[in-house]
Structures are given as C-alpha cells and as structure tokens.
Design a protein around this ligand. Sequence first.
Ligand code: E4P
Length: 217
Amino acid sequence: MKFFIDTANLDQIREAQNLGILDGVTTNPSLMAKEGISGKAAIMQHYKTICEIVDGDISAEVLSTTYDEMIKEGEELAAIHPNIVVKIPMIKDGLKVLKYFSDNGIRTNCTLIFSSGQALLAAKAGANYVSPFLGRLDDVSTDGLNLIEEIRRIYDNYMFETEILAASIRNSMHIINCAKLGADVITSPLAPILSLLNHPLTDKGLEQFIADSKKMI
Ligand code: E4P
C-alpha cells in the first residue's frame, strides 16, 4: 500500500519524506489556501517545490469546473513536472475531462468520491486514481470503510486499473482498515501516520532494555 501525505505544508511534507516511507502527496484548494498560497505563479511554484521534495505522484487540483477551463488548467498543472497528477472533481464535465486526459497521456485523480457509482464512472473514464473521502462520510454517520470495500470489489470484478486512494483519513485505524480492505493508497495528514508508530508496550520494553543495557556496560 502506498502512503501519500495530505497537506500543502512544506515542513510536514519534508518530515514525512524524511521518514523514508512516503510515496506521494495530495493537496486540495483548502489545504493550499491554509498555507497562504494565492495567485497562479505562487500556486505553480508551490507544486514545483513539492515535486522537488518528494519523488512520487503529486496531486494538484484544478480550481475551475467547466470542461474547457479544466482542460486548460490541467494541462498547465501537468506541465509543471512529470509527477503531477491532475485532480478533477466528480462532476459531469469532470468525467469528460478524465476521459480526455486519459486519451492524451495526462494522469488524473478523481476527487470528491462519495459513492461506488461515482467510482465506477471515474474508472470507466480512465482515471488513474479515485479518492473516496472516508472521514467526511463518517462525519454524516455513514461508514466510509464500506465504500472502500465496495469499490475494491467492483474494480476487482472487472480488473479496472484505477487505484483506490483512500482520502479524508482522520486516524490511524482508518489507515489500518484501509490496508485490510485492499486500498491501493492512503492519503493522510502527518499525525495519523506518526501515530502508527506508537505502542505503550514498545515504550515500556525499550525503557527496560535501556535500563538493563546499563548493567552490561
Ligand atoms: C483528498 O485528497 C483530500 O485532500 C482530503 O483527503 C480531504 O480530507 P478532509 O475531509 O480531512 O478535508
């Protein structure tokens, strides 16, 4: 399973990269705005910087919602670096853009997926990734993990190559459960990834080993 970090914060991206387990980065307009990135030049430069830090797929989301504008914007984003994956919203024009980019060699991530029907359409259109939003489904009392399971089954039935990129991850159990269900990728903020490291018995055991090692020296 690939690990992506879901942030536009360069310090957190560097920290995750330094762990040695990072495979890519996802961003969205809210995450970019949170870092104070505004204006086309700054947006382009920020994606370029992320591509220089991480050697893996970097999702960059279009800001427009009409076919022609998304094509233009997506082509500009894809030209920044070969690792850029253009993130397209799951809307009717978005579906057509996914197909156009798939036919023209630009890689895509279809975002804002909340149902298996949407994931099926995105795969039919040739999306490289689909991003089902687990946490936001959980927020409205719907089990987000069920969606991952359904999409996995559908894609396996027909051998779709679209990768399931589980998004809107809120905690380490989301990551573990996505791994159990066969998600191809998780994209998570840094904290849930770091919390996978923790176990009180590891801390207790290490404390004992350190104490005992002093008796050996
Ligand atoms: C996906 O690519 C999105 O950036 C993200 O996972 C959304 O997560 P949120 O629901 O925590 O905003």
